[in-house]
Design a protein around this ligand. Structure first.
Ligand SMILES: Nc1ncnc2c1ncn2[C@@H]1O[C@H](COP(=O)(O)OP(=O)(O)O)[C@@H](O)[C@H]1O
Ligand SMILES: [Mg+2]
Length: 284
């Protein structure tokens, strides 16, 4: 059985992509799902959130990073299997759920450029390069396919070759967005790109869902923007509120904790979102 592959993407930064990936992964893994998170953002936010700084440093020293994985295809060398780069059971949630992680590092931002320079000098055109990034990414997933029920990509803001490859591979896409005017503008262009990828595979827009994040109850702009989004796109019924505890949960804890201890009053809404995600994405 191959795992379901899902990307969490938005051209905009700061909309809660990494926070969504981390919390969704934690809830689903706590429910017994085998989850792999792949961090495609050189900012490494979700890596830090899920594994903590100390483990991130250790993994980086050990060369178990996404940049080292792709490096072997750019610079050559003795190839190692994708699974060897993955950190197992990283989360600080009690019960050691199977939440595994491939960390990113700041160096990851250079890999794409080096790969492009090298492959362009070898005569590849842009379409071939796209295919190459996609193949590398999909063969990585194939290498670990049997071990996971769900692979979640945390994408960088903007668009990168790797994010493109993740989108091409994804059967479902979550677009977190803050319900305000500027954020709504940002969704249009990006959504077109995601839709094109779905249509190429004869999928419909039923697989592209917007998640409202940082929602403020008494903010009338948020209320009207959320309603407007709902008219134009598939929007999850669950809205993630602006909540101090969600921002605090980003810091990894030495002490194992329950979802309730970690997310406080927001644990419930995070659980509701995970259940809705499961339903919309057709995950059993
Ligand atoms: N629902 C929320 N309530 C409060 N703070 C949040 C919420 N979601 C995200 N944040 C905070 O907002 C910042 C950006 O979130 P992040 O998930 O890193 O966004 P992105 O990955 O889209 O750049 C972080 O400091 C994060 O802790
Ligand atoms: Mg992020």
């Amino acid at each position: 059985m191959s795992p379901r592959v899902v990307s969490v993407v938005n051209m905009k930064g700061g909309v809660g992509k990494s926070t969504t990936v981390a919390s969704l992964a934690e809830v689903l893994a706590s429910d017994g799902m085998r989850v792999l998170v792949i961090d495609l953002d050189p900012q490494s936010n979700v890596s830090m959130m899920l594994a903590g700084q100390d483990r991130w440093i250790d993994l980086r020293k050990g060369g178990r990073t996404i940049d080292e994985y792709f490096n072997q295809y750019v610079y050559g060398g003795e190839p190692r299997f994708f699974r060897e780069f993955i950190a197992n059971r990283v989360s600080d949630i009690v019960g050691d759920p199977q939440l595994d992680l491939l960390i990113s590092t700041p160096e990851f931002r250079y890999i794409e450029r080096h790969a492009l320079e090298k492959w362009v000098s070898q005569g590849f055109d842009i379409r071939q390069l796209n295919t190459r990034f996609s193949r590398l990414t999909s063969s990585a997933i194939e290498n670990v396919g049997d071990s996971y029920d769900l692979v979640l990509f945390d994408c960088p803001p903007g668009i990168s070759m790797f994010a493109e490859a993740a989108i091409e591979l994804s059967e479902f896409i979550v677009i977190p967005t803050i319900p305000d005017y500027v954020s709504r503008l940002g969704i249009f262009a990006f959504r077109k790109r995601a839709l094109r990828s779905m249509e190429q595979r004869r999928f419909t827009d039923e697989r592209i869902w917007t998640l409202i994040t940082k929602f403020e109850d008494h903010n009338t702009l948020h209320a009207s923007e959320a309603a407007m989004l709902k008219e134009q796109f598939h929007v999850f019924d669950t809205r993630i509120p602006q909540a101090e505890q969600i921002a605090r949960a980003a810091e990894w804890s030495e002490q194992k904790r329950t979802l309730e201890q970690k997310y406080g009053a927001a644990a419930q809404v995070i659980g509701t979102f995970a259940a809705e995600f499961r339903e919309r994405a057709g995950l059993i």
